[in-house]
Design a protein around this ligand. Structure first.
Ligand SMILES: NC(=O)c1ccc[n+]([C@@H]2O[C@H](COP(=O)([O-])OP(=O)(O)OC[C@H]3O[C@@H](n4cnc5c(N)ncnc54)[C@H](O)[C@@H]3O)[C@@H](O)[C@H]2O)c1
Length: 666
């Protein structure tokens, strides 16, 4: 069967042969054995819903075994035999070009060159799923191939509930991932309901088909490191020869050394997993590998003396580095951490003084002992960081729940009021006030033709548009504009494209709209093929996450999720081609609500109408909320937008004098 036939048939009419998992696959970790016997029966019963009765006997045994071996039923036998990759949009069998664009994006998220555990349909973050199983993939692709422009496919955590009649202006796909009744959002609820096959963890861009490989993270991390140095350096100083100490060379964290090099500093990044460190070194993401502390100290001193720009991976525990640098009096300008503390009990954070192998054994056999070791390490980690910050190091939380878990472990990370942390998160200090509050966020696009020349042309168009806007921009956003112009001008030479022909570019509402309009014009004139627009959920408006995206909201509303919900609803009726809303993403299940969109630009006037309406709302919804929370930068940005857009009327906050409140007695 050729590719078209396979897509159009959905669940095959003949039971495919059972096949072994490929020996060289990067397997997802075995999930917790959480279901009772009755629940395991229910999980198999649920899985068999996708298949004809005559296969049930054989598949029931196989699925029960998968549940035993992996803790989940992935239905690996049904994985298609064709190579999974983002093909040019015209290669997909489809009646709707919008549906074909979505198929391309789905396949990109499952491309083995892009996805972390492709056999288990996991794109990134260890648990960021596109679908729960291969039957869902097959059915969704079949529906997309049949879909017309007045139908909408509703996906419930990967499960295609069906195609429903809608209208040409409605989204073609509506995605929800992990939406739970709020009381059922503890980490074990994910384990249980995911094992039952009724929900999934979509992370941010995994379950919404908007992942574009590592370049998204490199851009964001570069902006963070550059702006962090701007915060701490005196006028006239530069970052050369100054140290950025952090940890993690995994999926996202692996971008840190590359970003450090672009930001021109000495990056020391600890990584306990020698394989992960070596892989990043081989990929050219980190310059040097060092596995003993004496060598590290000597090399860092040399780099400081020579004011080098260099990135060094230390193979070992980050706590040892913080402690050794203190003993050796090595001054750290910037400190952070990107171990996976959103997932502390199953290998996201490795305790100090025991091997990785021993840790993995404890996770499986003595989880309580492992938990104690993680918590004592976190206390030691916090103490070591505190000693450095007392000397002047600027430490920031990198949205990985380091401060949250350190506080839960009893680490010394709380400020005197007992409510706030001693240190700010990268969003509180950097991305929030410098980017999100002004509307700058990780806008992205994919050239659906798959042609690299189209990507070059879009880079040039985006640069031209930003340069034009910058000439008329106020002082407040000049620095951001310049950073983003530099990024797009260097983007090609940074060689960051993996999978689809995609580009990330931080831009504000005006930038996003004008770039999108210029793309649509270029498509209309035949200069380039169709373009899919989107963004990371880690953005101005799409995500409510009290310890990350909305951590710089100080009016108490950071624990609410209205903004994310308004965003997804608002985008859906303003012309998004697909919308998605997720529970969990980055910081963990139950800790965040996040949403995003995809939009196909096809050069038509309808696409122009949609992009103008939707992008304006998609950014300004968040700026309005940030402004209402009394964030000065957002207040500035929303007033500017109201001047530009007469039909936009946003409620503005009146700011009370502290003195009035201080005189109150309660
Ligand atoms: N990069 C970003 O922009 C960004 C933004 C927000 C949050 N985060 C968070 O950063 C974290 C990391 O993400 P990831 O995709 O890289 O995860 P990952 O699990 O792929 O990588 C984390 C790495 O940390 C290593 N590690 C664990 N404990 C260690 C220790 N004590 N010392 C040294 N190394 C240790 C692990 O071996 C692993 O390779 C996540 O919690 C993520 O949510 C990243």
């Amino acid at each position: 069967m050729n590719f078209h036939e396979q897509i159009k048939q959905g669940i095959p009419s003949v039971l495919p042969e059972a096949k072994p998992y490929p020996a060289d696959a990067n397997r997802a970790p075995k999930r917790k054995d959480i279901l009772s016997s009755d629940e395991k029966q229910l999980a198999v019963r649920n899985a068999l819903r996708y298949f004809p009765k005559e296969w049930h006997q054989e598949l029931a045994v196989e699925f029960a075994q998968e549940l035993k071996d992996f803790g989940r039923i992935y239905m690996y036998r049904f994985k298609p035999t064709y190579y999974m990759t983002a093909r040019p949009i015209t290669d997909y069998p489809a009646k709707s070009q919008q549906a074909a664009a979505i198929m391309l994006m789905v396949d990109n998220n499952l491309d083995p060159a892009v996805a972390q555990h492709p056999e288990e349909l996991i794109t990134y973050g260890g648990n960021g799923a596109v679908f729960q199983n291969w039957a869902q993939y097959l059915l969704a692709m079949k529906y997309l191939s049949e879909m017309e422009n007045d139908q909408t496919l509703h996906l419930y955590s990967g499960h295609p509930m069906g195609l429903f009649p809608s209208s040409v202006d409605a989204p073609r796909v509506v995605v929800t991932n992990g939406m739970m009744i709020p009381n059922y959002s503890q980490p074990d609820d994910w384990e249980k309901f995911n094992a039952l096959g009724v929900t999934q963890y979509g992370q941010m861009t995994a379950g919404s088909f908007m992942y574009i490989g590592p370049q998204g993270i490199v851009h964001g991390t570069t902006i963070t490191v550059m702006n962090a140095f701007r915060k701490v350096l005196n006028k006239g100083e530069n970052s050369q020869g100054k140290i950025f100490l952090t940890a993690g060379l995994g999926g996202m964290s692996g971008a840190q050394p590359k970003a450090g090099n672009i930001a021109k500093c000495i990056t020391v990044c600890a990584e306990v997993n020698a394989n992960a460190a070596t892989k990043r070194h081989q990929q050219g993401w980190v310059d040097e590998l060092i596995d003993n502390m004496d060598d590290l100290v000597a090399r860092v001193r040399q780099a400081q003396a020579n004011e080098e720009v260099v990135s060094i991976a230390y193979i070992g525990n980050v706590v040892n580095v913080w402690e050794a640098f203190f003993e050796h009096d090595i001054f750290v300008h910037l400190g952070s951490d990107q171990t996976s503390l959103h997932n502390p009990w199953s290998g996201g954070y490795y305790p100090v003084d025991i091997s990785v192998e021993e840790s993995n054994r404890l996770i499986r056999q003595e989880p309580e002992v492992f938990k104690e070791k993680v918590q004592s390490t976190l206390r030691r980690h916090a103490d070591a960081v505190n000693k450095h910050t007392a000397r002047g190091t600027y430490f920031f939380d990198y949205g990985n729940a380091f401060l949250l878990e350190a506080s839960r472990a009893g680490g010394d990370v709380m400020s005197e009021n007992g409510i706030d942390f001693k240190y700010s998160s990268y969003v509180q200090d950097i991305l929030g006030p410098m980017c999100f509050d002004y509307g700058f966020g990780p806008f992205r696009w994919v050239c659906a033709s798959g042609n690299p020349e189209d990507l070059d042309k879009t880079d040039a168009i985006a640069s031209r548009v930003l340069n034009k806007i910058m000439r008329e921009s106020p002082e407040e956003i000049q620095q951001q504009m310049q950073d983003n112009i530099t990024w797009i001008d260097d983007a090609k030479q940074n060689k960051l494209v993996v999978g689809s022909q995609a580009r990330i570019l931080y831009a504000d509402a005006q930038g996003r709209m004008e770039i999108a309009k210029a793309f649509n014009d270029a498509i209309n004139s035949g200069e380039i093929g169709p373009v899919v627009l989107g963004r990371d959920h880690h953005d101005v408006s799409g995500t409510d996450s009290p310890y990350r995206e909305t951590s710089n909201i100080y009016d108490g509303s950071r624990f609410t999720a209205d903004m994310a919900i308004h965003n997804v609803i608002g985008d859906s009726f303003r012309g998004a081609t697909w919308v998605s809303i997720h529970n969990g993403g980055g910081v963990g299940w139950g800790e965040v609500t996040n949403g995003g969109f995809g939009m196909l630009l096809d050069g038509t006037s309808a696409a122009e109408r949609r992009l103008k309406s939707m992008l304006l709302f998609d950014v300004n919804n968040g700026i309005a909320r940030r402004s209402w929370a009394r964030n000065e930068e957002a207040n500035f940005a929303i007033k500017r937008e109201m001047e530009r857009t007469p039909k936009l009327k946003v409620t503005l906050a009146n700011v009370v004098e502290d003195e009035i409140l201080n005189n109150l007695s309660f």
